[in-house]
Each structure stands twice: as C-alpha cells, then as structure tokens.
Design a protein around this ligand. Structure first.
Ligand code: PEP
Ligand code: MN
Length: 349
C-alpha cells in the first residue's frame, strides 16, 4: 500500500507510521516530496489492518496496490474456476454457458413446476431453480413452502434429471437445504449476511452468490471472499441488477459491464439474471443475450407455468411457450459463443 501523509504531518507522525509498519514486517520506503511525504509499504496486511494506519495522526490517504479480495482474485489464480457436478455439467472456463430456469417461488402445484422442468429439460437447460424459502419485502406476501417446496424440487429432479438451485436465507436451515440443493443460492438481500456466508463457506456445496442491489463490485467480491475464506471455493457469482434512480421502466439496472470487469479481476464464474435485473418479461431475452455476449457463464431466468397467477415475480417470468421461443434463440447464441470460445482458448481444461 501507499500511504500519503498530510502536508502538515510531523516527523513524529511519519516515524510512528513507519515504526508500526516495520513492527509488522513491512518493507518501508519513504519519499519526501515538496509538499507530502509518501510511504511505500510492502508486506502482508493480514496482521495489520489498513484502517489502523488510516486512523493514525498525519495520515491523509491510503492507496492499495492489490485488491482486498485475495482468494477470489485473478492475481492468486489465473485460470478460470470450473465447477463440476455429479452428472458431468460444468460451470465456468470455456464450458458451454448453462441455463438455470424455473419459478421464482416453488408453489403448491407440483404439476405446474413439473411442466416447467420438463420444458427446461427439452431445451437443454441444466438446472431447475425455485425458492422454497423466499425473502419478501412485505411480511404479507407468500414466503415459500419450506421443506414441502424442497420436496417438490427433488421430485422434479427425479423425473427430469435437472440439477436443483434453491435459496438459503438462514443458517438454521442449512442442513435441510443442503439435502435437496445441488447449488445453494444466497440471495441479493443476504449478500452481506456474514454469518450466513460463513455457514455456507463451511459446507461443500457450490454456492450462487447474488449481487446486493446496492453493492459495489469490490463488496460483491469481498462477500465471495468470506465464503472462500471459510473453506468453500466453489462460488458462482450472479449479476442481478442494482437499485437505480430510474425505476420507471425497469425494476433494477442490470450492470452488464460488471461481468467483464469481474472476469478481469476474478477467476470465479459469473452468471446473469435478467429477470430480477430488469423486472420485465420482454427484457429477458435481450439482456440474457447481452450478458452472454460479454462473457457470462450462464443465465438464470424465471419461468412459470402461469405467470399471471404466480405468487411472486410473475411480471419478470416467461410463460412456457414464451420460454420455448426465447430459449431456442438463446441456445443458438450460446452455441455460437461456445464454439468461438472453445476455438480461441486452447488447452483450457
Ligand atoms: C430469486 O432468485 O428469486 C431472488 C429472490 O433473487 P434476488 O435475491 O436476486 O432478489
Ligand atoms: Mn424472483
């Protein structure tokens, strides 16, 4: 890190900073400028927090050379992380982008869920998504079927072979969700629920971490870092849109540029969720395609057997006929992109 001292920092202030850095094993070089003294400090920040230095008298500003996320960083691991499932499906790297589709909430209508799952299977999707524990803005809204919903997902998996993605909201339910999920989803609202991140960090299931609606990319990657730091390196990031000043036409502002930015700075796979990202059914296709074109490793899309009657997020869900039409075109794009990707990256696996 580089520490810039205040114009009026005293020699004692400078010595106190360099002394503390040296105590913690940092290599220190002091540059005395005409106005500011700048201290170059090279070392391991795990024993000395930058906040401690920042709090010292005479310190103006600290600049970091390395990103604060380490395990998630490309500096540590240059090759893409690839997450592999028992049935051979892989997410990340040069593998074919995957599709995770299904209703927002698993509702008390197994036939409806199965209809979606069968259509998903027919279209080559790999994952069935659906929430049995739903974070809802209002306490009066449907908040999920709990274990009954998980059982419906398991039954649909049994009939179609699709892998299951479902949300965990509370570490108390981890054992239960673990039993049914192939991927455990941490929702956007829980992106910085550090206790929950720690709990899933200690389990051995892949995790989808959704970006918080008001989180920076750095905060997003630091949330992934919490999971990895606790032992679970199988993290799939999901860009699902940010709160913005303009909600007249879209629910959120889907940050498409976050995908190539994250690809540059992290080795973790990232998928795009245009349903929550826009809140509008008609925007699912263009924004899914946009995400794939800029490098997403998969898409997550809400599909419901009867969106007009959905208990949550019907407006951003495709009906089954719409899903079939849209995914036929998305699959064509995925095939083209996958072909290009596998031709341009030799020996990726
Ligand atoms: C969901 O995937 O249904 C969901 C609640 O998403 P998010 O956490 O992104 O709002
Ligand atoms: Mn939803």
């Amino acid at each position: 890190m580089i520490i810039i001292m205040e114009r009026d920092a005293t020699v004692e202030n400078i010595n106190a900073v360099t002394g503390l850095l040296k105590e913690h094993g940092f290599q220190v070089i002091v540059h005395e400028g005409d106005v500011h003294t700048v201290i170059d400090a090279l070392g391991d920040k795990t024993t000395l927090s930058a906040n401690q230095i920042d709090a010292m008298d005479g310190v103006k500003k600290i600049k970091f050379i390395r990103e604060p996320f380490r395990l998630a960083s490309r500096d540590r691991k240059q090759e893409d992380t690839i997450i592999e499932f028992s049935n051979g499906v892989k997410i990340g790297g040069a593998n074919r982008p995957v599709a995770m589709v299904g209703p927002c909430s698993v509702e008390d209508n197994f036939e409806g869920l199965l209809e979606v799952a069968v259509a998903a299977k027919e279209l080559g999707c790999e994952f069935l998504r659906g929430g049995a524990f739903k974070p809802r803005t209002s306490p009066y809204d449907f908040d999920g079927l709990g274990e009954k919903g998980l059982k419906y997902l398991a039954k649909a998996k049994e009939e179609t072979g699709l892998l299951v993605v479902t949300e965990l909201m509370d570490s108390e339910d981890l054992d239960l969700v673990y039993k049914y999920a192939d991927i455990i989803q941490i929702g956007a609202r829980n992106m910085q629920n550090f206790k929950l991140l720690k709990a899933v960090g200690k389990c051995d299931k892949p995790i989808i971490l959704k970006r918080g609606p008001a989180s920076t990319i750095r905060e997003f990657l630091l949330a992934a870092e919490h999971i990895m730091y606790n032992g679970n390196e199988n993290v799939i990031l999901c860009e699902r849109g940010l709160k913005s000043f303009d909600s007249a036409f879209t629910r959120n502002l889907l940050d498409i540029s976050a995908i190539p930015v994250i690809k540059k700075y992290s080795h973790l796979p990232i998928i795009v969720d245009p349903s929550h990202g826009t809140g509008q059914r008609y925007l699912i296709e263009p924004m899914a395609k946009a995400g794939l074109v800029v490098g997403a490793d998969g898409v997550m899309v809400e599909v419901h057997h009867n969106p007009a009657r959905a208990l949550s997020d019907g407006k951003q869900s495709l009906s089954i006929p719409q899903f079939k039409e849209v995914f036929t075109r998305i699959n064509n794009l995925i095939d083209t992109l996958h072909l290009e990707k596998s031709m341009s990256i030799p020996n990726v696996e």
